[in-house]
Design a protein around this ligand. Structure first.
Ligand SMILES: [Fe+2]
Length: 249
């Protein structure tokens, strides 16, 4: 008959053993994909005076964060085990029953991409091969910019305006709410968030002024050019440091 002291010791060692094993058990039992709230690629006030620190604080710290939290809650399901967030987004886009998941997950993906499209002291005109492709598709950067501004103003209610690659052709498209051109087989190069939460504190109803300020002063053309140069589809949630296969000689 074990003594009470022996029983306590046994329980202690069992619990200690479980605590050591639990991370492995958890990771094996919970392989559902997750998205994270990435840190901003610049300081919260770095885009002033064009976008205020307060706007960025709410936009990133509250709106984007809420999409991430909700998407992760909704991705906990056996059917998503072992999948990547972008795979889940494409599945959810095809299933009206998963509209809530799609909306939150696509918004998490769209915002992660959007922050990288901006930088302090950006804007102006593209250069290099991207500029050449824009001229080939639109005639000039001025025409491309005009299409971006028209699409941004023409988007009724919340949404996004995008510069995308459709094969070798560049196009401007707009999407409503959380919609993304990725689900249409298009590759985003640049986006501007035209939800009111992106500009209302600074510009109120003047969406055109917000879009003009972004195009004039904030576009991160290096990021846009890198998206243009990157082979393959859009993959904003893939780690950029992931090793690439060796190229053929
Ligand atoms: Fe937003």
């Amino acid at each position: 008959m074990p003594s009470p002291k022996d029983s306590w010791l046994f329980a202690f060692f069992v619990l200690a053993g479980l605590s050591l094993l639990s991370p492995a058990i958890l990771s094996a039992d919970a392989p559902c994909p997750k998205v994270v709230l990435p840190p901003l690629p610049y300081a919260q006030d770095a885009l002033e005076p064009h976008i205020s620190s307060a706007t960025i604080g709410f936009h990133h710290g509250k709106h984007h964060a809420a999409y991430v939290t909700k998407a992760n809650e909704l991705m906990v399901a056996p059917r998503f085990e072992g999948k990547k967030p972008l795979d889940v987004m494409m599945i959810a886009a095809q299933d009206p029953a998963l509209a809530g998941l799609f909306n939150n997950l696509a918004q998490a993906v769209n915002h992660e991409f959007f922050w990288q499209c901006l930088k302090p002291n950006g804007g102006g005109e593209p250069t290099g091969p991207l500029a050449e492709a824009i001229v080939k598709s639109f005639g000039s950067w001025a025409k491309c910019r005009e299409e971006l501004e028209t699409a941004a103003l023409g988007q009724f209610g919340s949404g996004w305006v995008w510069l995308v690659a459709d094969g070798a052709t560049l196009k401007v498209v707009k999407t409503g709410n959380a919609e993304t051109p990725v689900t249409q087989g298009l590759k985003p190069l640049l986006t501007i968030d035209v939800w009111e939460h992106a500009y209302y504190l600074d510009y109120q109803n003047r969406r055109a002024a917000f879009v003009k300020a972004v195009l004039d002063h904030l576009i991160n053309w290096e990021f846009v050019a890198a998206n243009f140069a990157r082979p393959g589809p859009y993959a904003p949630l893939e780690p950029p440091s992931e090793p690439k296969p060796a190229s053929e000689p």
